[in-house]
Design a protein around this ligand. Structure first.
Ligand SMILES: [Fe+2]
Length: 485
């Protein structure tokens, strides 16, 4: 590497490039790791391997960098490794950045024309004996669950023909069936959507194609026992803007958010589009069917969230303006003309949720997430300025009441997405642990914390001390050693 990384917010404070692939055996623990915890917490996030070709990059453009925390018998080992994408291989061969702006192939160095661009930095999900490293602009990569070695680009042995695939699939806990979708499914800025399901061995069980109301972003999905729901975000792609070297997505405050609902196994004619006023639907907590109605829980932000994707006038969200309404949408599936009805469960600025994976698609009670609590102090003098996403609290939310049991991480600490691990395969819902990386910003270091999910305010039962700093990751999952299905 002959040029340094730029001193821009994407590459500063805890988000300085890390890039170190290695392992630590038997990490130091304060407190006690519960004996019943037996599994691996996989996470992934962006860690740009080379300085960006365009001088700067948005945070989503970094190469996928995985962490695995293996927890067993009260001990924890850690490993880090890049997803060895076609893109990273090409850049390593050239020893420089070759790819231009986020999701804009027209800005690439011509020598990588046609090379798969995805960085697989958004989620790591178990499926069919492998871990899939995923990002919504390309197919997943298959990862060895033990060594984290990248095996190959994964298109389900040719069964998946869309040009992209979501980073947020959902797995039916009763069968292990894996549901996902593609938007821009015939290439960047196209308005094609494809939905797929595969059985737990990876055999395709369903595929349906249809047109999107507008070529917008669909970051998440939810499943119930009867339906799949795709929330369409008013962030719109435009091929002409891409050809001019522009940004991939532009916020459009005049467009509805649209909840696209399809019966599981359904055809294109069965798809319904539930329109709601302009807003930014966030990450899914869970969904379920009850009495002919379909319910979907997720935080909804009332304005654009991404400061690097402005609207047509260049307007971006103000720093520190992030807020959400944790919302329960009700869709009346018996009435063809029904409108979606929202109920706000909580006004906490909460995001990056998980539910107890054993209840995906079923009536449930608890959500586990992080939040920005503006009433809590932040010591910028010691911890440095906050750039980008800022969360300071981990919590369990009772979805029946909207009440949260929360743990404030401290005035020099920020949190990352937590996952939930049940105490055992047969424990009641919510009985288990919330596990997440926290950033000790004053020490330029990170820890892994484990909290009792039903006693969050009591603080961590174990703090696993990491000798390194882990950049802000995006998503991860707890994978028990004994499979759930
Ligand atoms: Fe996400």
């Amino acid at each position: 590497m002959t040029t340094p990384f730029p001193k821009t917010p994407t590459f500063m404070t805890i988000d300085e490039p890390f890039r170190f692939e290695g392992s630590v055996f038997d990490l130091e623990v304060e407190g006690r790791i519960p004996d019943s915890l037996d599994g691996t917490f996989y996470r992934v996030g962006p860690d740009q391997a080379f300085p960006p070709m365009m001088g700067d990059a948005n945070p989503f453009n970094g190469d996928g960098f995985m962490t695995a925390f293996r927890i067993q018998g009260g001990h924890c080992d850690m490993q880090t490794r890049y997803v060895m994408t076609h893109r990273l291989k090409a850049e390593r061969a050239a020893r420089r950045g070759l790819f231009g702006h986020y999701r804009n192939p027209f800005t690439d160095d011509p020598i990588v024309k046609g090379v798969q661009r995805t960085v697989s930095n958004t989620n790591v999900v178990p499926h069919a004996g492998q871990i899939l490293a995923m990002k919504e602009d390309g197919p997943p990569y298959s990862i060895d669950p033990v060594t984290l070695e990248t095996r190959q680009l994964w298109d389900w042995n040719g069964q998946m023909t869309a040009t992209s695939f979501t980073a947020h699939p959902k797995i039916d806990p009763a069968t292990g069936e894996f549901f996902g979708y593609a938007y821009a499914a015939k290439g960047e800025a196209t308005d094609d959507i494809a939905i797929y399901s595969f059985d737990k061995h990876g055999k395709k069980t369903w595929e349906v194609w249809f047109k999107s109301p507008y070529p917008g972003m669909i970051h998440e999905c939810a499943i119930s026992e009867g339906y799949i729901i795709l929330p369409l975000i008013p962030h719109v792609m435009d091929i002409e803007r891409l050809k001019k070297g522009g940004i991939a997505f532009q916020w459009d405050g005049s467009l509805d958010q649209i909840y696209i609902v399809c019966p599981r196994g359904g055809e294109a004619k069965d798809v319904r589009f539930f329109r709601a006023p302009n807003a930014f639907p966030g990450h899914v907590i869970n969904a379920f069917d009850e009495g002919g109605k379909l319910y979907l829980d997720l935080p909804v932000a009332l304005d654009n969230v991404f400061w690097f994707f402005p609207d047509q006038h260049g307007k971006v969200p103000a720093p520190g303006s992030f807020g959400t309404e944790v919302t329960r949408w009700c869709f009346d599936m018996k009435d063809r003309n029904s409108k979606p009805v929202p109920v706000v469960l909580s006004r906490m600025a909460a995001e990056f949720p998980h539910c107890d994976d054993r209840y995906v698609g079923r009536p449930y009670r608890y959500g586990f997430m992080q939040a920005t609590d503006p009433t809590k102090p932040y010591n910028a003098e010691k911890a440095g300025p906050v750039m980008g996403f800022f969360f300071n609290t981990l919590l369990t939310m009772d979805m029946q009441t909207g009440k949260a049991d929360e743990w404030f991480a401290g005035d020099t600490t920020t949190t990352q997405e937590p996952v939930f691990a049940p105490k055992s395969a047969t424990s009641p819902e919510g009985e288990g642990y919330v596990i997440g990386v926290v950033n000790r910003r004053a020490e330029h270091r990170s820890d892994l914390v484990i909290l009792d999910a039903m006693r969050m305010s009591a603080g961590p039962v174990a703090t696993i001390k990491l000798p390194v700093r882990l950049k802000y990751g995006i998503h991860g999952n707890w994978v028990p050693t004994v499979p759930m299905y």
